[in-house]
Design a binder for this molecule. Structure first.
Ligand SMILES: C[S@@+](CC[C@H](N)C(=O)[O-])C[C@H]1O[C@@H](n2cnc3c(N)ncnc32)[C@H](O)[C@@H]1O
Length: 226
C-alpha cells in the first residue's frame, strides 16, 4: 500500500505559503454563498450538535457557516498556516461565534488531541495538498468517537466557482504580483489527484470499514464512519 507515496511530487509544500493567503481568502469570501453555505446546509442537515474538527480550515468559512446554522455545535479548526489561523479567529469574532469556534496551528497528520474526542470531522480542499494522506486518515480514525463520522470534500470548489474577474479586481497592486507568482508556484507544486481506487485503498488501510466515496476527481465527497 504505497500508492500515496509513489504519487509525491518532487517539490511538496503542504501549507498555502503566507504570501498567497490573502488572495486565497479573497477567493473564499466570494464563494461563501455558492460553496460554504451550501456545504454547511448539507452537513447540518445530519449533524446538529456535538464537537467538530475541521482539518485544513484555512480562513475558517466552513465551520463558521456551520456554526451559524447549528447553535449546539462547537468546533476546532486546525491548519498548518498561522496567517490563516489568525484570519479564521478574526472571521469567527466578526461573526459573533468566537465562543464556539477555536482555531489553532496544527498538522492534520499529527494531531495533538486525545483519542475519541470528536463527533464529526470535516475537511474541504486539504486532501490534495497532503504529503501523507494516510497518516491524516489514521488520525481521523483515532480522534473520532465510536459512531462518529468524517466528511472529506476535495478539491474544494473554490477556484472553479469564483468569479475570476471580480476576484482579480479586488487585488491590491502587491497581490497582482503575488497572483503571478501563484501560477508559477502551482506548476512546481501541483496538487495530487487520486483515483477512486487509490482513495478506497488508503481508507481501508486506515481501518475505516464503513465508507462511501462519491463524485469524481473534480470533487471527491468522502464519508467515513467509525
Ligand atoms: C485549499 S485550502 C482549503 C481551506 C479551507 N478548508 C477551505 O475550504 O477554504 C487547504 C488548507 O489546508 C492546509 N493544510 C495543508 N496541509 C495541512 C496539514 N498537513 N495539516 C493542516 N492543514 C494543512 C493549508 O494550509 C490550507 O489552508
Amino acid at each position: 500500500m504505497e500508492i500515496h507515496r509513489r504519487m509525491r511530487p518532487i517539490i511538496n509544500i503542504e501549507r498555502i505559503p503566507a504570501p498567497f493567503t490573502s488572495i486565497y481568502e479573497k477567493a473564499c469570501r466570494l464563494v461563501i454563498k455558492q460553496y460554504y453555505s451550501l456545504l454547511a446546509e448539507e452537513i447540518v442537515s445530519e449533524f446538529r450538535e456535538g464537537k467538530m474538527l475541521d482539518l485544513g480550515t484555512g480562513p475558517g468559512y466552513l465551520p463558521i457557516e456551520i456554526a451559524k446554522r447549528a447553535p449546539f455545535v462547537t468546533a476546532v479548526g486546525v491548519d498548518l498556516s498561522l496567517p490563516f489561523i489568525r484570519m479564521a479567529r478574526h472571521n469567527a469574532l466578526k461573526a459573533g461565534l468566537a465562543h464556539r469556534l477555536k482555531f489553532e496551528v496544527g498538522d492534520a497528520a499529527k494531531l495533538r488531541f486525545e483519542n475519541e474526542l470528536f463527533d464529526m470531522i470535516i475537511s474541504s480542499g486539504m486532501l490534495h495538498m497532503l504529503k501523507d494522506p494516510l497518516e491524516m486518515l489514521k488520525e481521523c480514525r483515532r480522534v473520532l468517537k465510536p459512531g462518529g463520522e468524517a466528511r472529506i470534500y476535495d478539491p474544494a470548489r473554490v477556484s472553479s466557482q469564483v468569479d475570476k474577474r471580480r476576484w482579480k479586481d479586488s487585488f491590491t497592486v502587491l497581490e497582482r504580483y503575488t497572483y503571478l507568482l501563484l501560477t508559477f508556484y502551482s506548476r512546481i507544486n501541483p496538487p495530487r489527484v487520486y483515483t477512486r481506487r487509490e482513495l478506497a485503498s488508503m481508507i481501508e488501510f486506515a481501518c475505516f470499514n464503513n465508507y462511501e466515496i462519491k463524485g469524481d476527481s473534480g470533487e471527491w465527497r468522502i464519508r467515513l464512519e467509525k
